[in-house]
Design a binder for this molecule. Sequence first.
Ligand code: AMP
Length: 307
Amino acid sequence: MNNKILVLGTMAYDALETPFGKTGKILGGCATYIGLAVSQFKSECGLISIVGDDFKNIYLDLLESKGLDLSGVIKMEGEKTFFWSGKYHNDMNSRTTLDTQLNVLTKFNPIVPEYFKDSSFVLLGNLDPNLQLAVLEQMNNRPELVVMDTMNFWIDGYRDKLDELITKVDVISINDEEARQITGTHSLVEAAKKIQAMGPKYVVIKKGEHGALLFYGEKIFCAPGLPLEVVFDPTGAGDSFIGGFVGHLSQCDEISFEEMKFATILGSAMASFTVQEFGTQALEDLTLKELKSRINDFKVLTEFKLV
Ligand code: AMP
């Protein structure tokens, strides 16, 4: 097992609206959030994505300064970067997509750089399942761990390919509404079982501020939602979660349920920072010391004595 992580996903411009304010076009995209989260670890990480010629070089420089390999990122002349706009409701747990402009994504033919073709970890961020499959097919061998994410946009319109992809991954990380949408089941326990039956050994269901559930066989682990005083902008929480999750696993000697449990806490800790500022700001500024301290907060929050 090596510690190379290959990440596929969007690099985007986002425009966000929350009860606390509105942004113009800011840096977003699942590959961006995942990359920033993974950059907390000593693993080698390559991003595969595409942007238009309107994508500012300072953003590419930022990602490179964090040690991320961008040889799999294409900048396409004459095209516009993927754009997403979303609005969060008062509870900050639900959001409405206001606009999705695929732009340069419609021209995307992902090419895995030679150096990353033997990566032990492949993280297929939320994207067209055809592209997620195309990346998987370019790997030299079956990676040790394939993790995928998706969202309603792709579940609605790309169901056949999505189902094909789900059969090929080890871990699927989705939110509660997506789990219900994929399975047509309200109970999350039942939904997880149905998804496990499709292929993935591990199913992670994120429940926004209410934490995350990890399912493996008959076992269930629960990461609490850390009570935070400030939740500013939940965008990218799911992506930072999987970035932290895989980042931890890439540092382990072997992949076990115990390590998956810790990875679930680490992912939750990472996401808890992301939501405290608009966009990628909190992740950009995050230090390892702050991350470790927050993991401890999770431990303290859930410790109790059997009496
Ligand atoms: P999350 O909040 O973790 O679900 O991820 C938010 C990020 O996903 C934003 O920065 C968006 O740019 C990106 N995004 C939104 N819609 C899509 C989509 N249909 N496909 C890929 N990425 C998307």
